[in-house]
Ligand binder design. Structure first.
Ligand code: GLC
Length: 423
């Protein structure tokens, strides 16, 4: 139907291809840059544009979540309306809550289709600040072909992982594979190291640094054991420059065929299976090893949601885009193309998803029993607290401090950041 309009109230109407629509908005959304994040984003976004007539600009963020947070804080500090929709790390809602819009008026209750724990994580004072988008959990990637060649099982404990890595690394180097490493992970001073170190500490049953009640528990013998163990890898099964690796550097080494084991998130799976991957068809994925036979396997809970900036000038269009991307169909597509694990439980029994991400069902337990970083209890101070933890882990890994000194100092640093009894 065409209407002839002259009034100011309807001046915002445009005719697009003969169809009357509201004036098209330009929406800017942040996109991750690891692996194929950007490419997959682009496809879905173009579809939404074609459907709605709005245009979307992608705002590419740095690879490290820590750098991205710093950048967003600058934008928020200036109350900039440049970014409408943003990807929000699972640890951020408490840190940036005052800059995010309540999504409840737009979602019509559809958050009920997602894992309740993530919805709870994103809800502060009754406001839904972000819609779940995908779940991350730390995983152990291994070279199936090399474990078969040396007749070794997938390691159940870190001790076993170390022994297997050393043995295969030595033998492969002797056979001419000079670049071969035993284990690569995220050792740089940033949030990724917090995730790795939390897994080590938790796997030895050394707690989660700061507990849900706010208590600082990192100064304990199991945590010391975990950190000293990880330090023993440096220069033996892990190259010294693992101390500058984020997820992408670790993936680069592993995907080039130069490491037996790797700690990474699910996104590395679909990339390892691509035609240009040197390890295509040779990779297995398992739960991370336990800290000793009495320990437990622990995977840090990671993942991202989508939120709308309070300073957006187009909240309604931004919400429409956000709901399109986080919907069942949107998440299914990302799961199939990029092995991003959905936040909608129903998709874990979808045949196409399971084919693309085989470990989504076999490691379902890993995804549903993760260790959360202490972001809820520390609220706005999370980033500072996490920084103290990654620095302590780094000091131990780099040989500057023994585990026992690191955790003692860290405990004091955290108490200082907390200032008083409450976070
Ligand atoms: C992944 C996780 C995120 C975590 C980050 C650390 O992106 O999804 O939660 O903070 O890695 O590097």
């Amino acid at each position: 139907m065409k209407r002839h309009v002259f009034g100011a109230a309807v001046a915002a109407l445009l005719f697009v291809g003969g169809v009357e629509t509201a004036a098209a908005a330009e929406i800017t959304i942040t996109s991750g840059s690891a692996g194929q994040d950007f490419e997959i984003f682009k496809k879905l976004i173009n579809e939404w544009s074609a459907k709605t007539g709005n245009t979307v600009k992608l705002f590419n963020t740095p690879n490290s979540t820590t750098d991205t947070l710093a950048l967003l804080r600058q934008q928020f500090g200036a109350k900039s309306s440049e970014i409408d929709v943003l990807m929000v790390d699972v640890i951020w809602p408490g840190v940036i809550k005052q800059h995010l819009m309540d999504l409840k008026p737009y979602t019509k209750g559809s958050e009920k289709n997602h894992f309740p724990a993530i919805v709870a994580n994103n809800t502060i004072n009754g406001k839904l600040l972000a819609m779940p988008w995908y779940i991350d959990a730390g995983l152990l990637y291994y070279r199936k072909d090399l474990l078969d060649k040396y007749k070794k099982p997938v390691p159940a404990t870190w001790e076993e992982m170390r022994a297997t890595a050393q043995k295969i690394q030595d033998a492969e180097r002797k056979a001419g594979n000079k670049e071969m490493q035993g284990y690569v992970f995220q050792g740089k001073t940033y949030e990724g190291l917090t995730c790795n170190a939390l897994e080590w500490v938790s796997s030895y049953k050394g707690g989660s640094v700061i507990e849900g009640n706010g208590k600082i528990t990192i100064d304990n013998p199991q945590a010391v054991k975990a950190l000293d163990m990880a330090a023993s890898w440096i220069g033996t099964i892990s190259p010294r420059n693992v101390l500058s690796y984020t997820e992408e550097e670790a993936r680069g080494v592993f995907q080039n065929g130069n490491s037996i084991f790797m700690r990474n998130w699910p996104y590395a799976w679909s990339l390892a299976q691509k035609d240009d991957s040197k390890v295509k068809g040779k990779v297995g994925v398992a739960a991370l090893p336990k800290g000793g036979v009495d320990g437990q396997s622990a995977a840090s809970l990671g993942g991202w949601s989508l939120a709308i900036s309070k300073y957006s000038k187009h909240p309604a269009e931004a919400a429409d885009l956000l709901l399109y991307l986080t919907s069942k169909e949107g998440q299914k597509r990302r799961a199939i193309q990029g092995s991003y694990n959905p936040t909608i439980p129903e998709l874990y029994s979808d045949a196409e998803v399971l084919k693309a991400v085989p470990f989504a069902s076999s490691l379902y337990e890993v995804f549903t029993h993760t260790v959360a970083r202490p972001s809820t209890v520390t609220g706005e101070k999370y980033n500072e607290a996490s920084g103290a933890f990654w620095n302590a882990a780094y000091a131990t890994l780099s040989g500057k401090n023994k585990g026992t000194d690191s955790v003692k100092k860290l405990s004091g640093d955290l108490a200082h950041i907390r200032r008083g009894d409450k976070w």
